[in-house]
Design a protein around this ligand. Sequence first.
Ligand code: DGL
Length: 275
Amino acid sequence: MVIFLIFFKVKDRPIGIFDSGVGGLTVAHAVKQLLPGESLVYFGDTAHLPYGDKSAESIRSYSRRITEFLLEQNSKVVLVACNSASSSAFDTLKKEFENRVILIDVIDPVVDYLGTRKFNKIGVIGTKRTISSGTYKTKIAEKSPGTEVISMATPLLVPMIEEGFIFDDISNAILRAYLSDKSLTGIQALILGCTHYPIIKNQISRIFNFGIEVIDSARQVSQILKNTLEKNDLLNDTDHVNDRFFVSDYTPYFEKIARMFFEREINLKKADIWV
Ligand code: DGL
């Protein structure tokens, strides 16, 4: 009986998810769709947004503290729902936390998915941090050696999305300026290498006349999460879910986007984890 209770409590623990801001909500939303019985604890590091302009060292230190915070919230998994952190901090997090919690990033699941497709030429867009790390290029070269990868930093997109410029003339002009670059001619797929970008996925697809596959990590990541929970016998299917959202700096936009994604009021708190 005691063993059963301990076992139950482990399954009952939440999935910890973090990003610099609203981007990781695209992953959180997909997780919720696939695993409605799981509780989420989300941390948006809005005080340090954007991560894409920061040094790898700073991102590692933010990611480390946020992981500790998510462990303090009793998370059974920590999902790094940020490409900038996945490319710069994931190896460090694995070294330091893997013996305490299951860690999942947003890059490997997409690279694995690409391995099942046979593309000749693809594009990857992301923050300056993600693109300059070369993580996508290196990992895709290992798993899909014949695929040519064109990487492009698109640093205006995160501030644009965080400021609410979506599906309008401004966002369209910025997207066209980036995506009409000649180097992208002939791509068969475009990886959205930033978890903010799925918010404007449709607008991006439209620029390519819906003629290429636009790949975001949310679906692949939530499927990997489900498989991992099943494998470790940690899948929760209760209907007593309790999703909690934390930010390091309060912004009304975060609440608005979160409400839009989850179609309900959300439990949002400011957490001063840097003091
Ligand atoms: N959404 C994040 C990513 O996937 C971070 C963007 C940023 O803060 O610059 O890279």
